[in-house]
Each structure stands twice: as structure tokens, then as C-alpha cells.
Design a protein around this ligand. Sequence first.
Ligand code: ZN
Ligand code: ZN
Length: 134
Amino acid sequence: MKVHGQCHCGDIRFEAEVDPANARICHCTDCQTMSGSAFRTGISAPAETLRMISGTPVRYIKTADSGIQRAHMFCGRCGSPVFSSAIDENPTRYQLRIGMLKERHELVPKAQIWTKSEQHWLGEIADFPATETQ
Ligand SMILES: [Zn+2]
Ligand SMILES: [Zn+2]
């Protein structure tokens, strides 16, 4: 399916093709730090389907404990995470951040990785007091 990405300020806009079956959650501590949240949701898109409509994301090269490096792209103005890829000049896939896709409600995660660093309270949130708005 086609997805449309836009950062919070609107400088970065793109579209891509994804297979909804690839939507997943990552609980790794890097995703927690870089998303500022408990976990990150992402979906991979073949590089040839990615079309930038506006803006040029800022690139940050992250080195994992394993030594593997990945390029993380974000908006230089509003800081929204946009996508990540291998550091090659011509990566084959991009890992899109589901939270900035217009179709986010249709992209239900089908798997989760790095559960060893999952926040221990996640399984309990259905029981938390909840209000529909602030
Ligand atoms: Zn922005
Ligand atoms: Zn992660």
C-alpha cells in the first residue's frame, strides 16, 4: 500500500510503498532514546519506492553495541524521526517511522523485537485510567 509521511513542521514530506505485514515494534534502548518514548513502531519500504516530495532530512550515524552502523534521518527543524537505513550510498530499504505516516491507523504491528529491554509496564496499560483528550 502507498503511505504518505510528513514531519511535524511539514518541511519533510515523502511517499513510499509498504507491505502492512512488515509493521513491527522495536523495544531496543536505542529506539527508546531516539524516539523519546517506550518503544518505536516501524515498517520497511523498498528504497526504489521512496519518493521525497519536499525537504532534506538531517542524517545521524548511529553505531550499535555490535559495531553495526545505521543512518537515522530526522527533520532538522522540528526533530521528528523520519526513517533509517543502512549507511550505504544506495540502501535497498528504508525503515519508516509509522508515527509520522498518514496511514498510521492502518499499520498495526505484527511483531516485536528486542523485548529483553521492553518497558515492564507495557502489558498493564489497558488498565490505566484513560481520558479521550488531555
Ligand atoms: Zn519538521
Ligand atoms: Zn530499536
